[in-house]
Design a protein around this ligand. Structure first.
Ligand SMILES: *[C@@H]1O[C@H](CO)[C@@H](O)[C@H](O)[C@H]1NC(C)=O
Ligand SMILES: *[C@@H]1O[C@H](CO)[C@@H](O)[C@H](O)[C@H]1NC(C)=O
Ligand SMILES: *[C@@H]1O[C@H](CO)[C@@H](O)[C@H](O)[C@H]1NC(C)=O
Ligand SMILES: *[C@@H]1O[C@H](CO)[C@@H](O)[C@H](O)[C@H]1NC(C)=O
Ligand SMILES: *[C@@H]1O[C@H](CO)[C@@H](O)[C@H](O)[C@H]1NC(C)=O
Ligand SMILES: *[C@@H]1O[C@H](CO)[C@@H](O)[C@H](O)[C@H]1NC(C)=O
Ligand SMILES: *[C@@H]1O[C@H](CO)[C@@H](O)[C@H](O)[C@H]1NC(C)=O
Ligand SMILES: CC(=O)N[C@H]1CO[C@H](CO)[C@@H](O)[C@@H]1O
Length: 701
């Protein structure tokens, strides 16, 4: 049974609620959409290209990092200049002496929200956040772990759309994005960073296949033992949504639904629109004042509050409770008023926070390791490189189960559930990013920026080690809790520091010794892999990508043609590729209902973050330019009706090839999975509960 069917089966059988993920479906900056559509005429490719270019440069920003120079050295230099407030290009880039930290972990300004992230450098609207992050896809997590859900694992993931091609990668994807995606809080009225629209990037550019991109290029083969063991999505980016000043807490947009779904325990949280309306109503109240003095009649305010409460409790929550606060709220806006300490002095941040930008990701110096973490400044032996909070998970929450034929239940890894036999076939990729002990069911996932890029180095090569954090927010007393108590808690609180064990120079790769158990597992994996090859049993490792899809989509190849359905009959694409078109149907109902298809012409206003599987019907060439006529089926989510569209004159730009569901390396069988070993001395003995190797660990029905 395929994963898809398994998922459907479990969903129907158990009527599982689909956990609300932290979904940010809001297309980036709606206001920029379609403003240039008049420039685009169907016969004029150049006009289209220009229009598209304007469209995608939606914000003027000379600091914007294009992918061409998004390498670690460029990032280090830019950040250094920003912190020093120096625009000159003459600065000696090797001078590290004044290279101060720019991003901190510190207590959030939102009450009861724990820690948050702060910047000590300003960002202009459109600037890219200078720490490209990894995105780790969880496949159908609720279906694979049907017997309960971890509150934390429901809290943090984003919707799959945050990754290039993400929502076509698996049936129900949820994505862990550390750094801004997990550590930063969300204040809907003060959102200052948004994840960058993946359609603005070419498919290769978020590291669609890290192996093919990180130095191996053409030598990538299906035989690579490391395939599928790390995430392809290694360049998830966020950009400033507005100008941000020094000292601001960083807020991302979890989406309205994230808050409304959790109202019973986090309270009523206003939306961005609620704050805007509150600002408008308060301004009106002041303008009604005769004589213009800055005092509001308390009774008038009481009436306003009551009206607001009747209309919408979220709107009411946007207002200050006390009339005396109104002048300030009017001045700084109700959103800022609700989190007044969200702009701090640099001194406060340095005193109360810890630096979390000593590391940046880049191509690893280790063969097959994909990306790695590099020092952004000189780090002396004994200094803390970074500090990270940890999510507590249970190993079984990351197990993958599939229905199999047969009745030999009781054999390793098989259980009977209702009248189906399920076999444990592996673990979520996330396991490889968790820390723990091979014989403990408790695992820890760190989520500070860039920590998940740190690679394994041998005992000799490692230049860093893990210690429990000295930051006061680390709840060291939890280490005395029993395993059951820890699992009950479902809270974040443990933190570790990564400390330099040698002097590390600027740009040096930071390596941790993952432990002997991890090394043993890796060597065993190599052994198995080789044996499988020898036994012509390569299928075990099949359904991996090769680089064709990547190359076809690369920027340099953006003029390469996409084959029509007819052409593909003669010259097929590999079976794991599918064609998707960027198309958002217009809001109004189709005019052309009498035909089988709704025929419309593509325009820039359809250029939103939606990719739908499409069939290329023809590719007319007009004045030497190729255009695409495509067909696709789109289901209206309100009416649940499917409309078949025939869309004409798509530019090449709006079409690309992506992997079909479950065909990327991380979803194939036999890929490497093991937790990173925490040093024995750190891991509490009373958390070691597994008698057998983890693969034999079976959860009870
Ligand atoms: C858009 O950005 C590209 C690269 O960043 C640049 O070459 C081009 O001139 C920009 N176009 C406009 C209209 O600003
Ligand atoms: C850097 O550029 C900004 C904007 O162009 C300007 O306001 C600022 O004064 C410049 N800083 C220095 C040190 O030149
Ligand atoms: C854990 O318990 C031991 C013994 O009761 C105690 O000495 C130690 O201080 C506790 N550790 C923490 C971090 O609370
Ligand atoms: C989707 O369905 C709703 C409700 O029937 C309708 O109002 C809307 O126009 C439809 N949208 C499109 C694009 O057809
Ligand atoms: C659209 O639906 C039709 C009829 O079900 C089907 O034949 C066709 O393959 C679908 N097209 C795409 C692109 O999925
Ligand atoms: C939409 O239609 C499908 C198939 O007809 C059905 O299974 C599904 O429950 C419907 N969804 C809604 C929201 O009505
Ligand atoms: C884990 O448990 C197995 C089986 O009991 C044992 O052989 C192995 O030594 C244990 N590993 C560690 C690191 O404790
Ligand atoms: C999901 C998927 O694409 N599975 C394929 C994996 O590869 C084998 C052999 O090529 C195919 O038979 C499967 O359909």
């Amino acid at each position: 049974m395929t994963q898809l069917l398994l998922w459907l089966w479990l969903l129907l059988l158990l009527l599982l609620p689909i956990a609300t993920a932290k979904v940010d479906n809001t297309p980036d900056d709606k206001t920029t959409t379609a403003k240039s559509s008049s420039l685009f005429t169907r016969y004029d490719r150049n006009a289209y290209d220009n229009a598209a270019r304007n469209h995608f440069n939606s914000t003027a920003d000379d600091e914007k990092l294009t992918y061409g120079n998004l390498d670690k050295d460029a990032i280090i230099k830019r950040r250094q200049r920003k912190r020093n407030n120096d625009n000159s290009s003459q600065q000696d880039d090797n001078d590290d002496s004044n290279n101060k930290c720019t991003t901190y972990l510190a207590p959030s300004s939102i009450p009861n929200s724990g820690l948050g992230m702060y910047t000590t450098i300003p960002y202009a609207k459109g600037d890219t956040f200078l720490l490209p992050e990894i995105g780790i896809m969880l496949q159908d997590k609720d279906a694979h772990y049907p017997q309960g859900s971890n509150k934390l694992l429901a809290q943090y993931p984003w919707g799959p759309g945050i990754l290039t091609g993400g929502h076509r990668e698996v049936t129900t994807g949820a994505v862990m994005v550390p750094g801004l995606g997990m550590l930063a809080n969300s204040h809907l009225g003060l959102v200052n960073f948004r994840h960058s629209d993946t359609w603005r990037m070419q498919i290769d550019e978020d590291g669609t296949d890290s192996l093919s991109l990180e130095g191996l290029q053409s030598s990538t083969t299906l035989k690579d033992v490391g395939r599928g063991s790390s995430s392809y999505h290694s360049r998830v980016l966020f950009h400033a949504d507005k100008n941000i000043q020094r000292g601001e807490e960083l807020f991302v947009n979890y989406g309205d639904e994230w808050f409304t779904a959790r109202e019973s325990w986090i309270g009523v949280i206003p939306s961005a629109k609620n704050y805007e309306e509150a600002d408008r109503l308060i301004a009106e109240l002041f303008s009604e004042n005769d004589g213009g003095h800055d005092v509001v009649d308390p009774q008038a305010y009481e009436v306003l509050l009551q009206d607001a409460a009747e209309k919408d409790k979220r709107l009411r929550a946007a207002f200050p409770d006390n009339v005396e606060d109104l002048p300030v709220a009017k001045d700084i806006g109700t959103a800022r008023f609700s989190a007044r300490s969200s702009i701090q002095s640099v001194e406060w941040i340095e005193e109360n926070g810890v630096c979390i930008d000593n590391l940046v990701s880049g191509t690893s110096t280790i063969a097959q390791a994909g990306r790695g973490a590099f020092a952004t400044r000189t780090i002396n032996k004994g200094a803390v490189i970074t500090t990270t909070p940890l999510i507590t998970l249970e190993r079984e929450q990351l197990q993958l189960w599939e229905e199999v034929d047969g009745t030999d239940v009781g054999v390793q890894n098989k259980i009977k559930k209702e009248d189906k036999v399920l076999e444990m076939v592996g673990h979520q990729l996330l396991l490889n990013y968790c820390y723990g002990h091979v014989n403990s069911s408790l695992i820890l996932f760190p989520y500070s920026p860039t920590v998940n890029f740190i690679n394994h180095g041998s005992k000799e090569k490692a230049n860093a080690e893990i210690v429990w954090s000295s930051y006061p927010y680390h709840k060291g007393e939890w280490l005395n809790l029993s395993l059951e108590e820890m699992k009950e808690l479902q809270k974040t609180g443990l933190m570790f520091d990564i400390v330099a064990t040698k002097d590390i120079s600027l740009g040096g790769e930071v390596l941790l010794y993952y432990g002997k158990d991890w090394e043993d597992s890796w060597n065993e994996h190599i052994e198995d892999w080789t044996t499988a090859e020898n036994e012509q049993d390569g299928m075990m490792h099949k359904n991996v990508t090769d680089t064709l899809g990547v190359h076809l989509n690369q920027r340099s190849n953006s003029d390469s043609i996409i084959l029509t359905v007819e052409e593909q009959k003669i010259q097929p694409y590999p079976p794991y590729l599918e064609t998707v078109c960027r198309f958002k149907p217009p809001a109004e109902k189709c005019q052309d209902e009498n035909n089988d298809y709704c025929t419309i012409r593509w325009s820039l206003s359809m250029n939103e973050m939606h990719d739908n599987p499409c069939d290329v019907i023809s590719r007319p060439s007009i004045d030497g330019n190729d255009w695409y006529f495509v067909r696709m089926n789109i289901t209206n989510s309100t009416s649940n009706e499917t409309t078949r569209y025939h869309v004409e004159f798509l530019p090449r730009y709006a079409i690309r090839l992506i992997n079909r569901e479950y065909t990327k390396d991380q979803y194939s069988r036999g890929v490497f999975r093991e937790v990173i070993g925490l040093p024995e001395s750190l891991f509490p003995d009373h958390w070691i509960d597994l008698k057998e190797e983890d693969d034999n660990y079976i959860y009870q029905d």
